[in-house]
Design a protein around this ligand. Structure first.
Ligand SMILES: Nc1ncnc2c1ncn2[C@@H]1O[C@H](COP(=O)(O)OP(=O)(O)OP(=O)(O)O)[C@@H](O)[C@H]1O
Ligand SMILES: [Mg+2]
Length: 296
């Protein structure tokens, strides 16, 4: 290598370091990617984890909503998170999606993407989809149009209305309608759907954007028993191809998601930290968990 080339390389490195503004010795596992080709925009899950949170704390006026919380989600995993009201479950999702900045800690998507450096819209773009508790569909558009818009979300509403769907895109929408049990309602206005159907439509809209990680905050709240069962089936069908983090109070639903599958882990949050983690049977047998739920 010539000195000129070495100097050019050094300049590039300095520029990169400046841009990434990384404090020395705090690379969050980024060194571990050296020697492997990491493509921009590709989530590196070679170490198995799609989401890695370490020692995250969030304070609101001195009150610790999250307190040194650490959590790791494997690629393709379906993880349930439970915990009493105020445990920090929604705050945890706010941190992952960039809505709330933690006071301390590290948050990585795959082993190379530092979530704490990205804005909310950038985090959505790299493949983290979030479903809030209240369904937010376009009520005045049809079910089909809602999915169509989600598919072309990156174009903006006006441009996407002008843009014609390809055959492959039509097939994707048809497949999604089937997955979310709304094929027969494709041309109906979304405003006329039941609460559960709106929730499914919103999940479908999220899936159209092909997220790698889906965060669902109380997805079955307000659903009928039948809708809840169907939602469990839908999430189970996504396991493996997507990573899912599901926050719920409905223990029947958590039971349906984990039944007969001891490898599906349940995390119990309490006062901003992980209190217990394991199979549903394990956490339900945990004395501390029992005390927290019985209110001591
Ligand atoms: N923006 C905020 N300002 C002040 N306090 C907040 C804020 N957001 C959350 N909190 C507090 O942080 C704690 C954790 O709230 P969070 O919403 O994360 O709980 P949760 O586990 O989602 O509860 P729930 O099961 O009721 O949805 C609560 O005590 C809440 O009052
Ligand atoms: Mg909440």
């Amino acid at each position: 290598m010539t000195p000129e080339l070495m100097e050019a390389g050094a300049r590039l490195r300095t520029k990169h370091a400046e841009r990434s503004n990384a404090p020395a010795g705090n690379s969050g596992g980024r060194e571990t990617s050296y020697g492997r080709v990491v493509q921009p925009g590709v989530v590196d899950v070679a170490h198995g984890a799609i989401l890695y949170l370490d020692d995250i704390s969030v304070s609101f006026d001195g009150f610790k909503a999250l307190n040194a919380l650490s959590l790791s989600i494997s690629a393709g995993e379906l993880r349930c998170i439970i915990g009493p009201n105020g445990a920090g479950k929604t705050t945890l999702m706010d941190v992952i999606t960039g809505k709330t900045r933690p006071d301390a800690g590290r948050a990585y998507f795959g082993s190379t993407i530092d979530l704490l450096r990205l804005r909310e819209n950038q985090i959505a773009q790299i493949g983290i989809g979030r479903k809030f508790q209240k369904p937010t569909v376009f009520e005045h558009l049809s079910v089909f149009q809602n999915l169509e818009l989600a598919l072309k979300a990156d174009r903006g509403v006006r441009a996407s209305m002008r843009f014609r769907l390809s055959g492959a895109q039509l097939d994707r929408i048809a497949a999604m309608l089937q997955l979310i049990h709304l094929t027969d309602s494709a041309q109906r206005g979304a405003g006329g759907l039941s609460h559960g159907q709106k929730q499914w439509l919103e999940i479908g809209m999220l899936l159209m954007q092909d997220p790698k990680l889906l965060l669902l905050d109380e997805p079955v709240a307000g659903m009928t028993d039948e809708e809840t069962e169907r939602t469990a089936e839908l999430f189970l069908s996504l396991e493996g191809s997507h990573s899912l983090v599901i926050v719920e109070h409905d223990m029947k639903f958590i039971g349906a998601l984990t039944q007969g599958k001891a490898h599906r882990r349940v995390t119990v949050l309490h006062e901003g930290s992980v209190l217990a983690e394991g199979s549903l049977a394990q956490v339900q047998a945990n004395q501390q968990v029992v005390e927290v739920y019985l209110g001591r």
